[in-house]
Design a protein around this ligand. Structure first.
Ligand code: ADP
Length: 489
């Protein structure tokens, strides 16, 4: 099968969170299973160009109809760890993808509408006719709309669209100017409640468009699919998902064990495996040295992730002090886009600066993330909601025992050491708590820290059990292929 992935991120060239990992990892596994995969991304100024091999111009004169006129674009092609990627450079007056960052601009909906339109024009003009277009998140929600309403009439009638939602919170809300710009026009038609009209506001909703028009829609874990339909986690799209329930489901994300394996990781001090954890002790020592922390006989608890309300920042904050009070050390790696959250963690960083048992690293640092996964003993993931969550899955592979809140994909991947009645002890891999409050978090974290102090052999057994889980892309990719085959039939 010939599949084109269209997305705003792909690790390791451009990654703001899990979306980048998913786009890369799924593409790699689909290729390994014998399919042809190409990726289309925006050409950002802030990409890691050192991770692209052989970048060259592939289609210099792409004229993209836009706002009744045209925007001149150029398409570059390069290989990202063997994956063929097309990067669209837009020469628009707004300089849409030369902003020094991926998201957070006031004209984000217009930027990604332009990218989506350019991606469709690139396929059309270069005569690419994949079997399936796989689009991701709100940034590409207009692609199934344009495919169905416009491009199928230009000879792209056998293409099918699969749409994956990684986060319901960000949906892409815009006014009618987006319709005029993309050539969808006819606001009266698209503003109907069964089309693109937002379920609450008098506005266009990109994600709703993706749900309504794609041939198949999914989110990134089975439990989150259920939550999105039946709870506020659907962020206002519950009724739309209900209406389209026949084509909606959940497929758990995998991770890419070429990138995330303690046996092969180039960023860590020593390799290790479940049978021999001595390398992990060296990684722990190296982490402390790197972060100028005290070398002592204590467990290291960590948090890695965006510092965002979604991630339960109040509990992340609480876990730092609580872990310290329980004789553990704490390492945090996170970045915040909201200034109030950013300020709060900077204040904490200054406050804790002289404490040798804690380090807060504020910013995005891929290499340090690898060192922390390898060097820490326990990771906390106290999310308010979590579509899938990758940090707990990566942690399992690194023998870093997860303490998670029982929501979304966390509950599909972490099984409580003490209380999971559905699994025998030898299949359990972490600790789960349910309430989003400090007693809830403490109940999970205390059990993990206690096990580390009171029963090292059992703690190591738990680490080894987590490391033996296979959350690779093998099975999820097969499920995606089934979806692709279904929508092609
Ligand atoms: P989300 O997609 O909601 O951000 P996920 O848990 O699905 O969260 O994926 C997070 C990914 O981003 C993981 O690969 C994690 O290691 C990485 N990550 C998150 N924050 C940072 C950071 N500050 N520095 C380095 N890597 C990070």
């Amino acid at each position: 099968m010939y599949i084109v992935q269209i997305a705003s991120e792909c690790a390791p060239v451009i990654k703001a969170g899990g979306l980048g990992d998913v786009v890369y990892g799924l593409s790699q596994e689909l290729e390994a299973q014998g399919h042809t995969v190409e990726l289309i991304l925006p050409k950002y100024d802030c990409m890691r160009y050192d991770n692209i091999w052989g970048l060259h111009d592939a289609y210099r004169e792409l004229s993209v109809p836009w706002n009744g006129a045209a925007v001149h674009c150029s398409v570059y092609c390069g290989w990202v760890h063997g994956r063929v990627c097309f990067f669209i450079e837009t020469h628009d007056l707004a300089n849409s993808f030369n902003r020094g960052r991926v998201y957070g601009e006031s004209d984000d909906p217009m930027r990604f509408a332009l990218f989506s339109k350019a991606a469709m024009e690139f396929l059309l003009q270069s005569n690419k006719r994949p079997d399936v277009l796989h689009c991701h998140d709100w940034q590409t929600g207009l692609i199934p709309v344009m495919l169905y309403e416009m491009y199928q009439y230009y000879g792209m009638d056998h293409l099918r669209a699969c749409y994956t939602i990684h986060n319901f919170k960000h949906q892409g809300i815009a006014g009618p100017e987006v319709l005029a710009a993309t050539g969808l026009n006819r606001p009266d038609y698209y503003y109907q409640p069964d089309k693109l009209r937002d379920n609450y506001n008098n506005a266009i909703n990109f994600m709703k468009g993706g749900i309504v028009y794609a041939n198949n829609v999914n989110t990134v874990s089975p439990h989150h699919a259920w939550e999105a339909r039946f709870s506020e986690v659907g962020c206002g799209l519950q009724a739309t998902l209900e209406q389209h329930q026949g084509k909606f489901g959940g497929i758990l994300n995998g991770i890419n064990y070429d990138m995330w394996s303690p046996q092969e990781d180039k960023h860590i001090t020593a390799p290790y495996c479940a049978e021999d954890l001595s390398g992990k002790a060296l990684c722990k020592k190296a982490l402390r040295e790197r972060l100028l922390m005290r070398d002592s006989d204590k467990p290291i608890v960590c948090f890695i992730g965006r510092l965002d309300q979604q991630k339960g920042v109040h509990l992340v904050h609480h876990s730092i002090y609580w872990a310290l009070s329980q004789r553990a050390q704490f390492v945090l790696l996170g970045s915040a886009t909201e200034s109030s959250i950013n300020d709060m963690f900077w204040r904490e960083k200054h406050h804790l600066n002289d404490n040798p048992d804690v380090h807060l690293e504020l910013g995005f640092n891929e290499e340090l993330a690898h060192m922390i996964y390898a060097g820490a003993d326990i990771i906390v993931v106290p999310s308010n909601y979590e579509p899938c969550g990758l940090t707990q899955v990566i942690s399992l592979k690194y023998g870093n025992v997860p303490v998670v809140r029982g929501v979304g994909g966390l509950i599909n991947t972490v099984f409580d050491w003490d209380y999971d009645e559905n699994l025998p002890e030898e299949k359990r891999n972490g600790f789960v708590f349910f309430q989003s409050d400090t007693p809830g978090l403490e109940s999970g974290l205390q059990r993990a820290i206690d096990l580390w102090y009171k029963n090292q052999p059992k703690f190591q057994q738990l680490q080894a059990q987590g490391m033996s889980y296979d959350y690779s892309w093998k099975d999820p990719a097969k499920k995606y292929v089934e979806v692709y085959e279904h929508i092609r039939a």
